[in-house]
Design a protein around this ligand. Sequence first.
Ligand code: GN1
Ligand code: MG
Length: 354
Amino acid sequence: MIDFIKQHVLPNFGIEVEAKVSPLGNGHINDTFLVRGQHGEMVLQRINTEVFKTPFFLVNNAQKIAQHLRDKRQQAEYQLKVVSPLTTQANELAIDLGDKGFWRAINYLPNSHSIDVVGDEQQAQAAAKAFGHFSQALSDFDAEQIEDVIPQFHHLPGRIKQLEQAVATNSKQRLAGCQAWVDFALTQQSLLQELADIEPQLPKRICHNDTKINNMLFDKRDMSSLAIIDLDTCMKGHLMYDFGDMVRTFCSPEEEDSTNLSNVQVRETIFAAICQGYLSELSSILTKAERQSLWLGAKIICLMIGVRFLTDHLNGDVYFNIHHENHNLERAANQFTLYKSLLENQAALQQHLS
Ligand code: GN1
Ligand code: MG
């Protein structure tokens, strides 16, 4: 892959073939590389076109959002750095090499540092504030300009249907090995009614839709907030899911795929820090219903990603990249365990949202 990139991709971006190319980050969908050339560094990505079926939507959205954030920064209304698309020699946002991939480049931010597990409350609060600031800065952006890169992305009814379908097909004969988790997931459908009750009251805003802790970069020199990255799934939606993904990825002391389930739980102090950081930026724009929806967003996101991992395990790991056998099942077990911890601690946790 690296040789292919050097020979066939870098020239399109005007980068010499001698540049150093190395894998970057740990996304589950796209392939990401750091390119170090004579004239500096950039991030190069091969977009997974099975998942992003209209990849030009993705790069066009990212371009518009980056432009809006850069404008805000110029007016001193956005304090974070902006990751922007880099164009090809032909002044395009990406290069489509057919079955050899759809490639795009983004500027690399020097001194950046990402974490996979939140270490303390300060980190949680800073990251939640940064995601809140990002949404705040986009709150006056015309949502109609943004295409749905993945229709019905955060859509619990659809995700449950996909699980039921995978169970019915059982194409890889894996159902017996995960029946207990399937049964558990399918007994949680009261969330659907809760969702149906509140959703009509929620405004549609541009959301990040993947507010994982490693999509917020710290400045490694002083651990201050540097930038929000991965604009791939920025789409119209509900902010409760951005809040939910922070709860999902900040609160557990274990990584998303850890099999040390006895330690997978919601840390209340981290949950409280998320609420403080996020609301400090957004409380003036959130409607009453949006604020009420945040707890539901946390529950839905934790359950839904468990459902998605379990579905992919049953389907034979066709969506998320895996690194070993049963990886998606391990991820699902981890995320359902976290979801259970949320439910068990509901009374204490919800107080931080009032
Ligand atoms: C995927 O590839 P990555 O890490 O940016 C997924 C998210 C999941 C996440 C789970 C397009 O994101 O929805 O929450 O894995 N992205 C897509 O870690 O499905
Ligand atoms: Mg992502």
